[in-house]
Write a new protein. Structure first.
Length: 464
């Protein structure tokens, strides 16, 4: 027996509301059971509110055709039934969202947040017992009998997508807590958002020295690119690899980690450098078992010239495709070979010279609340930074050491007054561009050798 569209619409909206409690601020991985269920709930609501007129026999009328969405959801349930997939999704989300100290005996189910998520899990399972079968009945009633040789577009198995056999509907709170604890042990990524991968083991990692995205200065085109790139992956629009090259100290590592972690649904995996040459397929296979999570594999300090790229080429635009919930970022001091750079999105940091040094300082002063810092003050600070480098107070001229200098500048009132006085004097010191040039040449010689240095000299002249 079918039910009225108004009641089914209310049920679908209620189910969508409980679903989004578990994915607040996140997007399920594209192609996952969770993502397809989300699409089905949204498509049913839109259809029953008059946004579409889905028909079992007519072609799709718009991009949110619920029959297409139901067929994809049914496809996700060919190995395990709908109820089992739903239970797994909810238990994994409960494991990620409830306190790690939850007792297997259920003692901490008294925690208000834990009880809140448990209630929504059971509520969603209850709503999904009949929602899809009854909606399919509405589709059949609306479409009427087939005319001529018309064949229904809906997969027969979609009619039976029901949570009636969900284990969550039969569990007491204590048993739910035990299943959550079991899900936590089965899911190594419920323990945090940053993991080191070594010898097949994922170990939670703390990186307290990583700055937030609001604590980077200058290099604005690069920062915008990082923001857009990881936003696209977070939203399921792209998982194209990011290939970053620059001289040391410009921010490859800090920015890669900070911008990926600024999106709460991205989990950061830091493998061993050798994994890119020998263990990439095993690593990808291990992460593909968790399709409802998004993973960014960050290979840092890779020697682009000597790395064996066979497995990377095989999995990126080669024999295999990278799963949509996985992306790769590779940082190197060298430029990537042509047959590698063509398989990802390239990002090459410009050289750090006296111009970019002053851009960083201006950006820093503005961010700290100084309105329209004068060019003289920016030049004086840059000159003092170069002077301290000449006195061996810093090991390199780079954004990395400039940030350390600026932190000291901010915390030293006497220094700030001295430099302000210099900025207001008749003769304003300027940073010496020759110092930057010589340091860049020294770095490039150590990384690329003398043979490649001439081209880099031309590049330095071009970007200055």
């Amino acid at each position: 027996m079918t039910s009225g569209p108004d009641r089914i619409s209310e049920v679908a909206r209620a189910a969508a509301a409980s679903f989004h409690v578990f994915f607040t601020g996140e997007s399920p991985a594209p192609g996952s059971f969770a993502s397809r269920l989300e699409t089905v709930l949204g498509a049913i609501v839109q259809d029953l509110n008059g946004a579409s007129s889905a028909n079992l026999y007519a072609p799709p009328s718009n991009a949110s055709d619920p029959i297409d969405a139901l067929n994809l959801l049914a496809e996700s349930c060919t190995v395990h039934p709908f109820a089992r997939n739903l239970d797994r999704m909810l238990l994994e989300r409960l494991a990620a969202l409830t306190p790690r100290e939850t007792s297997p005996r259920g003692n901490s189910a008294q925690d208000p947040d834990t009880a809140f998520f448990h209630r929504h899990a059971v509520h969603l399972a209850e709503l999904l017992k009949d929602l899809i079968p009854e909606y399919c009945g509405i589709l059949a009633q609306r479409s009427g009998p087939a005319v001529g040789d018309a064949v229904p577009r809906l997969r027969p198995s979609a009619v039976h997508l029901s949570s009636a056999q969900s284990a969550l509907l039969r569990m007491k709170p204590g048993a739910v807590a035990m299943e959550v604890a079991r899900a936590s042990s089965d899911d190594p990524f419920s323990a945090g958002r940053i993991f080191r991968h070594r010898d097949g083991v994922f170990t939670p990692l703390a990186l307290p020295s990583i700055r937030g995205v609001g604590d980077f200065y200058g290099f604005q085109p690069v920062r915008r690119m990082f923001q857009e790139h990881f936003k696209a992956f977070s939203e399921g629009r792209s998982n194209l690899p990011l290939l970053i090259s620059s001289l040391p100290g410009l921010g490859k590592t800090q920015m890669s980690i900070a911008y990926s972690l600024s999106f709460p649904n991205i989990t950061l995996i830091i493998p061993e450098p050798a994994d890119i040459a020998t263990g990439l397929e095993r690593l990808i296979a291990a992460l593909a078992k968790h399709p409802d999570r998004k993973f960014m594999l960050f290979f840092d300090d890779i020697d682009a010239a000597t790395t064996d790229w066979y497995y990377f080429r095989s999995n990126i635009g080669g024999t295999f495709s990278l799963p949509p919930n996985i992306t790769i970022t590779i940082a190197s001091n060298q430029r990537f070979p042509a047959n590698i750079s063509s398989r990802g999105r390239g990002c090459e940091f410009p050289m750090f010279d006296e111009i970019r040094c002053q851009e960083m300082i201006l950006d820093f002063l503005t961010a700290k609340g100084l309105r329209e810092p004068s060019k003289n003050l920016v030049a004086v600070i840059a000159s003092d930074y170069v002077s301290e480098f000449g006195q061996k107070q810093f090991e390199e001229l780079s954004p990395r050491t400039l940030v350390r200098y600026l932190d000291h500048y901010l915390s030293d009132p006497a220094k700030r007054k001295t430099l302000m006085d210099e900025a207001n004097s008749d003769v304003v010191p300027q940073p010496d561009p020759q110092v930057f040039y010589e340091e860049n040449v020294k770095l490039m010689r150590s990384i690329h050798g003398e043979a490649a240095l001439e081209q880099f000299r031309k590049d330095a002249i071009h970007v200055s």
